[in-house]
Design a binder for this molecule. Structure first.
Ligand code: C2E
Ligand code: CA
Ligand code: CA
Length: 448
């Protein structure tokens, strides 16, 4: 009689190399997937839940680099031995990636119980490893998912555990996350927004709005920052803080950005020619060598002078692939565009970056501006940033100015540019044109 799989020891298929990981002797991903397939089949009439967990060693690569590949393999074999010892007869452990192990627990019925098992595994792996006369330490992150209904396939279960693992990794070392229905709802919402956004971009329904950037000393408008706006039929107004990251993650940022830039350049053609247009580029666009060509093609088609365009980038955009970013920036600057460093003061704000890249402008993040009146450290930081800008020949623009007092203080410290609700909220192309006409008329009537 074929033994029921739950009692079958891993060695039942041991002779079959196609199902075995040669380094550790554990089952490989094929055996693991096969086991889940069979368990789902077994549970068709008996809807008891079960758990799948995926464990990933934290920072294993540096260990490999530090101790050498052979020692790395030895540690992996020790890890496998500990994990095998910690797995009861009915359960399965397999090696499914270089430093990734997977577990199937047929008798774990709840999210709490799965998390409990996962924490125990991390604990077991945390004891030191002998590598020759040295010792190494490891931590691990685990993502788990539970099988609740016959509708789930092996792929879906493993995907959910991978998603949970990804979130665990993102929240630091040694973390356990179990995939929950809330995560499922959040993932569904993201997918819904993604689909609606794809449709909106092809239908040309994302619009540029414009927020004035002024000269603090004279309060005259110098240019406008382009900010994307999207209202969906079903979802209503979706904030760029939500849809821009989704566009980035799901590969829609390129077409979205081109649509918004085209519309913005068409609108800005009707402005006085001494006004600039500022445009945000996302980090992933600084990895794509076609970005520069796309921008130039749009400017060419709309007849917008590149010398009137400023490109805002953040430090994150420079970090992913500094060489690629540097090339794109150099190309854009060669065509006459100016480059601003956005959100300065958040993130890492590595000063070294300011030596490697040349920026024309630096935008001081609104978190400093918000506290400039009641917080001494913010005041000192802003003053230091301004004197650094002066030394490096960069113009400074303070973002998020909402109060007269903030504007006055910034002017006193020598900040040239300002942006914020005090001077104007982002507005449609039509409203912006109206504002510009009024200000020209206002200037004409005061000069007569
Ligand atoms: P950001 O580039 O830092 O843009 C400035 C944000 O601050 C805008 O938010 C603007 O509406 C808001 N803001 C301006 N003045 C004030 C103020 O006085 N007080 C407060 N509390 N907020 C102020 P918004 O429009 O929601 O955009 C959020 C972010 O989305 C932007 O941050 C930018 O990173 C991104 N984004 C917007 N449009 C685009 C786009 O077309 N392309 C890309 N890649 N990113 C965009
Ligand atoms: Ca910006
Ligand atoms: Ca900003």
């Amino acid at each position: 009689m074929q033994p029921s799989f739950a009692q079958a020891p891993d060695r039942s298929e041991g002779a079959d190399l196609a199902f075995t990981d040669p380094l550790t002797g554990l089952g490989n991903h094929r055996r693991f997937f096969g086991k889940i397939d069979r368990l789902i089949g077994d549970r068709a009439d008996d809807p008891a839940p079960f758990a799948v967990c995926i464990l990933d060693l934290d920072g294993f690569r540096p260990i490999n680099d530090l101790f050498g590949r052979k020692a790395g393999d030895e540690i992996l074999a020790q890890v496998a031995m500990r994990l095998r010892a910690a797995t009861d007869a009915g359960s399965t452990v397999a090696r499914v990636g270089s430093d990734e192990f997977a577990f199937l627990y047929p008798m774990v019925f709840s999210e709490e119980a799965a998390a409990e098992r996962a924490r125990m595994l991390i604990e077991i792996l945390s004891a030191p490893y002998d590598v020759g006369d040295r010792t190494a330490r490891l931590s691990a992150s685990v993502g788990c998912s539970l099988f609740f209904s016959g509708e789930e396939t092996t792929e879906i279960l493993v995907d959910k555990a991978e998603t949970a693992l990804y979130l665990a990794k993102r929240s630091g070392r040694g973390k356990v996350i179990v995939y929950t229905s809330e995560m499922e709802a959040a993932a569904k919402r993201v997918t819904h927004i993604e689909q609606a956004l794809r449709r909106a971009v092809s239908a040309g329904e994302v619009e540029p709005h414009f927020q004035p950037i002024i000269d603090l000393a004279t309060r005259r408008i110098r240019g406008f920052e382009t900010l994307a706006r999207w209202t969906d039929r079903d979802l209503g107004v979706v904030s760029p803080g939500v849809f821009i990251p989704i566009a980035e993650e799901r590969g829609i940022i390129g077409p979205l950005s081109q649509l918004v830039l085209r519309k913005a350049a068409e609108a800005a053609r009707n402005w006085p020619t001494d006004l600039f247009l500022s445009f945000n580029l996302s980090p992933s666009q600084l990895v794509d060598q076609n970005t520069g060509l796309h921008i130039l093609a749009i400017l060419d088609r709309t007849g917008f002078n590149p010398r009137r365009l400023e490109i805002e980038i953040t430090e994150t955009g420079l970090m992913n692939d500094p060489v690629s970013a540097a090339k794109i920036i150099t190309d854009l600057r060669r065509c006459g565009m100016r480059i601003s460093l956005d959100d300065f003061g958040t993130g890492l704000s590595s000063l070294g970056r300011l030596r490697e890249f040349h920026f024309d402008k630096l935008k001081i993040d609104r978190s400093f501006v918000a506290s400039i009146l009641d917080d001494r450290p913010s005041e000192h930081i802003i003053r230091a940033i301004l004197s650094m800008c002066e030394g490096l020949g960069m113009e400074a623009v303070a973002e998020g100015i909402e109060k007269e007092g903030q504007a006055a203080r910034l002017t006193e410290f020598g900040c040239q540019g300002g942006q914020g609700y005090l001077f104007g909220r982002p507005a449609s192309a039509e409203t912006t044109l109206g504002v510009l006409r009024d200000s020209v008329r206002g200037a004409a009537s005061t000069s007569t």
